[in-house]
Design a protein around this ligand. Structure first.
Ligand code: NAG
Length: 373
């Protein structure tokens, strides 16, 4: 009986040697690179130390994120999950060396709990009114672009313990489109979508937008088009539960959908649509986001099974890379897990090869001009 190492183990060994190889071959170091190196040594957590002193790190984790567990049994269970997530962060660091992975507000959640309660994207289907975005010229796109610099993005919001990511992606895209149409940045209501939008494909009952149990941005655009629009955040504030009734008041619409389109998988087209139409609603696989702290996420392997709806707000050409492989071009993603997650609520993911499915489900919306008399 031959002892054959598992393919997964072999892969990890391969990746580790690759990392040592690259780390070892860099010889000509400019002062800039040295300071970058120093910074990386400080930011990449020491996982072995963290695992050795897991109880201590668990205690400070509970303090920083105000976690209180009801019973000692629960506490012990969460410590076990926390340790598993430390090992997972170490694994993610190995697979995704241009980002930093470590302890986050989700470090006490199993993958399943995280997926069930903090994501919420349903599989793609296209509503009747979805169009195909026309092909745009791509020859003079800027090398770097960020809608935050142009006032089209509201503050980072927090979906809380509710699978309503899809509603935040939808409001983000319409907030941007409405800003382009009217010149006013108005924060729009996710709760209206959570309470009132039950849009679905009649042949597939599971496909309905269903509050904290998930939904889809294109269906939410369809709902918004048909219902007349979205109210302001202040007029219909977020509660993070889907047990309320619909309180939509049509006389208080703050933004209307004129039309919405699906953008092709081509990254230049995605960039062109972003620059021309405002922030885009995109789907992504969020596996690496549970442990993400910062940097450009560019995992060697990441499934393209989309489970999270987010907002694409810009792109850059040169991202941070701890082991100084090539500098990475990246997308800038606005998330809905509050401002203390990731880079002030944002995520950077590398551009170029549909990493984690980020190019697979991209939609753009146009707002109708509403005269503000
Ligand atoms: C969508 O609506 C906008 C604003 O009314 C309009 O300029 C644009 O041509 C429309 N796009 C499509 C594809 O119909």
């Amino acid at each position: 009986m031959a002892m054959v190492p598992s393919p997964r183990l072999a892969f990890l060994v391969f990746i580790s040697s690759l990392i040592f190889f690259f780390a070892g071959t860099v010889s000509a170091v400019s002062p800039d690179d040295e300071s970058e190196d120093l910074m990386i040594r400080q930011v990449v957590p020491n996982y072995d130390d963290m695992l050795l002193n897991a109880e201590h790190h668990f205690a400070s984790f509970k303090k920083s994120f105000q976690k209180n567990y009801a019973t000692p049994e629960e506490d012990a269970f969460r410590l076990g999950v926390f340790k598993a997530n430390l090992r997972r962060a170490r694994r993610h660091q190995l697979l995704d060396p241009s980002a930093v992975h470590g302890i986050t507000q989700f470090s006490d959640l199993t993958t399943e709990e995280f997926r069930q309660n903090y994501l919420g994207l349903k599989p793609l289907r296209l509503p009747a009114d979805a169009q195909k975005a026309p092909i745009l010229p791509t020859n003079d796109l800027p090398t770097d672009f960020d809608w935050r610099d142009h006032g089209a993005v509201t503050q980072v919001k927090d979906q809380g313990f509710c699978g309503s990511c899809w509603s935040f992606s939808t409001t983000g895209a319409l907030e941007g489109a409405n800003f382009l149409a009217t010149g006013n940045l108005v924060s729009l209501s996710e709760q209206q979508l959570v309470d009132c939008d039950h849009e679905c494909d009649s042949e597939e009952p599971d496909s309905c937008d269903s509050g904290c149990s998930g939904g889809l941005m294109t269906s939410a655009f369809e709902y918004t088009l048909k219902s007349g629009g979205l109210m302001r955040e202040e007029e219909y504030p977020y509660t993070g539960t889907d047990r309320g009734t619909c309180k939509f008041d049509k006389t208080k619409v703050a933004a209307e959908v004129a039309n919405f389109s699906v953008v092709s998988l081509d990254e230049d087209q995605i960039a062109a649509n972003l620059v021309k139409n405002g922030p885009l609603a995109v789907g992504i696989n969020a596996a690496f986001m549970q442990t993400y702290i910062g940097g450009v996420s560019c995992p060697y392997i990441c499934t393209r099974r989309l489970d999270h709806g987010v907002l694409l707000v810009g792109y850059g050409s040169e991202g941070f890379s701890p082991i100084r492989l090539k500098k990475k071009p990246y997308w800038i993603i606005k998330n809905s897990w509050g401002g203390s997650w990731g880079e002030h609520g944002y995520y950077k993911i590398c551009r170029g090869h549909n990493v984690c499915g980020v190019d697979s489900m991209v939609s753009t919306v146009a707002a109708a001009f509403i005269s503000q008399e």
